[in-house]
Write a protein that binds this ligand. Structure first.
Ligand code: ZN
Ligand code: ZN
Length: 163
């Protein structure tokens, strides 16, 4: 289970600023498209209430979509998942199936320390309770490295002795 699950407002805080910008531009753009382009070309325009509400609804859906893409982009990173792959996935897999897959398959935010069993954040490299290395780390600069790496990609230290 996901013990580190937090409130919705807490979660919304990880949405990056660019997603809010995209959401705002999308919302405003939809209003312009409907009011400056679509409605004037209608020979039998729908009632005024509908002409106002439809663009607002469509804009809100699009803005929500942009914010959700921004959320997945950040959330995948802190869960140790492929950020670019999932961001493109939720954008291009139609009918929100990308989002459904993401929320079904996303890894928990916390994992159990293999040495002391403490529940620790996936973002940590070392267990805060027992100093156990949670991910393969460079012995020289302590940054996380791939399990198969021969050299540290950050400082160039030789990693072969590690295994
Ligand atoms: Zn530990
Ligand atoms: Zn290093």
């Amino acid at each position: 289970m996901d013990d580190a699950r937090t409130g919705l407002s807490e979660e919304a805080r990880i949405i990056p600023a660019w997603a809010f910008v995209v959401a705002f531009v999308a919302f405003a753009g939809i209003q312009v498209v409907f009011h400056a382009w679509a409605w004037p070309r209608e020979h039998h325009p729908p009632p005024a209430v509908f002409r106002v509400l439809l663009p607002i609804f469509a804009g809100a859906v699009l803005a929500f979509f942009a914010l959700l893409v921004g959320y997945v982009n950040r959330d995948a990173g802190r869960r140790g998942m492929n950020r670019l792959g999932w961001t493109l996935g939720v954008i291009f897999i139609p009918n929100a199936i990308g989002f459904i897959l993401y929320f079904l398959l996303r890894k928990p935010l916390v994992l159990d320390c293999l040495r002391c069993g403490a529940r620790v954040s996936r973002a940590y490299n070392f267990c805060p309770r027992c100093n156990h290395a949670l991910h393969p780390a460079c012995p020289s600069c302590k940054r996380a490295v791939g399990a198969a790496d021969a050299f540290c990609p950050y400082c160039g230290a030789t990693l072969t002795a590690r295994a």
